[in-house]
Design a protein around this ligand. Sequence first.
Ligand code: AKG
Length: 385
Amino acid sequence: MDATSVREVNYGADEAAMQVYLKDGETRALKLGNRGPVHYTSSGKLHPDIIEAYWQYGFYIFEGVYCDKELEDIKTDLRDILERLPIAKGATLDAKGRQAIGANCEAPTLFWSKPLADPFGGTDLANGRHPVKMLEPTPATDAPKEIVYLILGSLQFSDACLRAYGHPDLLAIAEGINGPDFTPFSDAIFIKEPGRGASVAWHQDGVTHWDAPDWDDGSHGFNFMMQLYGCTPANGLWVVPGSHKMGRVDIKELVAKAGSERLPDAVPFVCGPGDLAITNRQCLHGSFANTSQDWRVTLNFGCHRRRSVLGVAGGGLHNAPTVYDETRIQKRSRIIGYAIDARRQRFPNEKSFQYAPFSENDNSYKWDEEAKASMKDYNLLDLSI
Ligand SMILES: O=C(O)CCC(=O)C(=O)O
């Protein structure tokens, strides 16, 4: 985003402790061995060192996956998305009087918050999985009443975001971690405006498999988190390394023990523009209100193992609960096909990813106006576990 001048805001009485926490966290994060460029074995498989580090820590940061040209495409689309947001919560028009993004969607799209607030923490929303409210700094007096901090079903609003999903490295990572028959989950854009971005209270994702007899470290899949502008300890996601192995964590107890939401074992993502992180959804994670002067925009693309969703009753968090069968999974997976073809049209010299379930079923998908129209409300088919 273009440099915006935002009135300075801070954590008030907690500011000094917060700054120490951010700095210490960054030092701890950079000591972990879970970042670097994506690399492969001689047979083209995701390198086992990466896979091992991912399973050890529950997250991995792939540096420099997206080139500048592609980042510029995404920034252009992001500007357009921001311009097309409703003028206020509940409005159907944007500031130019056009139909606003999400206004004609049946599926949930826009999530609003007061600036620097924590809309989920300490509430029963999303199965009560965010039990503790994060500190809510006071916004500047000229800040809007409410801001959009999360957009679901995001790929219907941006060709550039769709193409980012079709990146051959991203899909090869999905294959390396979740197997050649990996499936989608859900897509989103997290927007952390400087001086305004909301926090996301500590939580673990996943609602279906925690008590299953075959539960393991990968039962609820992982999220890709592509960093458009990079991220810092002040605006990025924080993760407790290794917590994906712990089962359900007692978040209230952890916070009580720490004496604040500054959990001592957590580390922040520290990323440059175009880095691509993956985060196990079972990891304890969250992010603080963005009092910094820097934008953080994350493109989230969720990814599951097929056996975690096939024949499973969905959790109902993203859409109506139902049992996911092959037909449902195939319908939702068509977005991968569109993403690959949209990307091939924009970057014709790049080697496209071959998604095994398409080859097996002789499916091919073409990205054109008809396909684009069919993306409306595609997230009603998200595979929500
Ligand atoms: O990016 C963030 O701040 C929150 C992301 C998150 O909680 C998630 O993807 O589950």
